[in-house]
Design a protein around this ligand. Structure first.
Ligand code: 5GP
Length: 193
């Protein structure tokens, strides 16, 4: 087991509805030492890639992306889920269905922060059905920018997202792939990588 899988076994909680709760270290309280290990590992996996921007989605992706970005010396842009009054000018918009909230959101990035010169690493906490990622990919492609890679902290391998995104030809790196979870025993089974 790698460092992240060990942490999931120690502190992750399996909930009904195929939800893995990791809010004690990943998406509510955040363990920054762990985030640093995640950053180092993504740097290793995307070594040699020409990455000048990190794109993520609010809210849980932001903290992770910020720590990861330090290993790439790149700025972070996060897609917004609501059109705040501070969003000015032209925007890229994609429609995304939320797995956890079971609703449709628009994700929005101001055009001035993404251009055809950008080589983008997409970062997110979870990959389930892949809707969030597909929205981000669509935004990068609308900008004429290049997706250099995709870094996911936890992929739920029993949902379709990972397969769909890999079939599209992207380099998708998930630090832990959960192939099965047992709600009764709380056990989590990982894919060998
Ligand atoms: P997708 O769009 O791939 O179906 O879902 C991705 C998003 O849903 C992630 O950004 C994450 O916020 C949320 N998500 C999906 N599955 C889980 C889960 O099992 N646990 C948690 N904590 N979040 C999840």
């Amino acid at each position: 087991m790698n460092f992240l899988e060990e942490r999931i076994v120690k502190d992750g909680i399996v909930k009904d509805g195929n939800v893995l709760k990791v809010d004690s270290f990943l998406n509510h309280q955040m363990d920054i030492e762990l985030f640093n290990e995640i950053g180092k590992e993504f740097k290793r996996r995307f070594e040699g890639k020409n990455i000048n921007k990190i794109l993520t989605i609010e809210a849980s992706g932001i903290g992770i992306a910020c720590i990861v970005a330090q290993y790439f010396n790149a700025p972070v842009v996060f897609a917004k889920k609501t059109k705040s009054i501070n969003l000015e000018g032209e925007m890229y918009v994609a429609e995304v269905e939320s797995f956890t909230h079971k609703c449709k959101n628009q994700v929005i990035v101001a055009k001035k922060f993404l251009s055809e010169d950008d080589h983008v690493l997409l970062i997110d906490d979870f990959l389930a059905n892949g809707c969030a990622l597909q929205g981000l990919i669509q935004i990068v492609q609308s900008a004429g920018a290049t997706v250099e890679g995709i870094g996911i902290v936890i992929e739920k391998g029993f949902q379709a997202g990972g397969r769909v995104i890999r079939n599209l030809g992207f380099q998708l790196e998930s630090l832990a792939i959960v192939d099965n979870m047992n709600t009764e025993t709380g056990e989590v089974y990982f894919r060998e990588q």
